[in-house]
Design a binder for this molecule. Structure first.
Ligand code: GLU
Length: 326
């Protein structure tokens, strides 16, 4: 099931993912322009994959049609290119994978872990996009586990989660254990209108592309045990995980929308991308030598790929002193 081998093409080169031991990816949602946190995830995942001689894929998480902003997918790709963050093969799009999500959904159903649910519009809405720490819902109490109330429409399909701890080793955070009933409860994988939820889509997509490394922001750390549970039920290989520190304002506070935008941070400074990339390498604890400060993005990435050390990524997030540097 779902064992099709992706053929990745770039120019005249055809990559077969099975030829690569390491496959990393960056998976932005085209719901807005790239922000500094996404750039950290892009750079971190790129360096880790390329340092290991692997592929770095780009996937647009465009599943939630209502939250898409026209032109943002192109904007994201142009921004990545302006930092010389060039992906391998063709860009994948979640909106093209609904058939595969359907197959996985059926496999979950056959495994007996799904049930229809008639409650909570809010939770169902949140299930379709990547949940963030601050807006993750309270655990679903399992109201419909014993059966849908008479006459209740199906508002979502949920995974009945096990009571045992789910543990994994995060390359930066160490051993993480979570008991799903305490954090998410039975979580939704499909809405009543047929739209698949982030938690299912991301697992299927990574599996389809043969992804072996998931490197992304720490705001998605709490979702990982749910994804691991789906992988286990579907018999998928578990990728390695590394959750990167979050970018904040100078006082540790959340960045405003404007301050968070890469375009705002760059202003109109010529060669701003390279300065920002230098700052991101420093943020990731890679200690780029001061002599590299006037180098191009290409040279900075070459240096970063050669010298990348995941063990240096700091425990704490914080500010990227960008504008100040210009
Ligand atoms: N598309 C998700 C986001 O924009 C990230 C998915 C992932 O890295 O697993 O936050």
């Amino acid at each position: 099931m779902l064992l099709q081998e992706p053929q990745l093409t770039a120019g005249n080169t055809i990559y077969r993912s099975t030829d690569y031991r390491i496959i990393g990816r960056f998976a932005p949602s085209p719901t807005g322009a790239l922000h500094t946190g996404s750039l950290v995830a892009a750079v971190g995942s790129y360096l880790m994959a390329k340092h290991a001689g692997g592929l770095w894929l780009l996937r647009l998480d465009d599943l939630d049609a209502q939250r898409q902003i026209t032109g943002m997918a192109d904007d994201i790709m142009r921004t990545l290119e302006s930092f010389c963050l060039l992906w391998d093969g063709e860009v994948a799009r979640q909106s093209c994978h609904t058939g595969e999500y359907g197959e996985a959904f059926e496999a979950l159903q056959q495994a007996g872990v799904l049930y229809p649910c008639g409650c909570s519009r809010r939770e169902i809405a949140m299930a379709s996009s990547a949940p963030r720490q601050e807006d993750d819902c309270l655990p679903y109490p399992g109201t419909c586990r014993g059966g849908l109330k008479a006459d209740s429409p199906i508002r979502s399909w949920r995974v009945a989660v096990p009571g045992n701890e789910i543990c994994f080793n995060d390359l930066r955070k160490g051993r993480i254990c979570q008991t799903l009933p305490e954090v998410s409860g039975d979580f939704a994988v499909r809405r009543g209108d047929g739209e698949y939820a982030y938690q299912l889509a991301v697992v299927v997509d990574d599996h389809l592309a043969g992804v072996t490394q998931v490197v992304r922001g720490e705001d998605l750390l709490a979702s990982t045990p749910r994804q691991i549970y789906i992988q286990t039920v579907l018999g998928y290989q578990q990728p390695e995980y590394c959750h990167l520190p979050l970018v904040t304002g100078s006082d540790g506070a959340k960045l405003s929308k404007r301050d968070n935008l890469i375009s705002y941070q760059l202003g109109n400074v010529r060669g701003g991308e390279a300065r920002l990339l230098f700052a991101v390498l420093a943020f990731l604890g890679q200690n780029p030598p001061a002599g590299l400060e006037s180098c191009s993005c290409e040279d900075l990435l070459d240096w970063g790929v050669t010298h990348f050390d995941a063990g240096r990524i700091p425990c704490e997030g914080g500010e990227i002193p960008l504008r100040r540097a210009f």
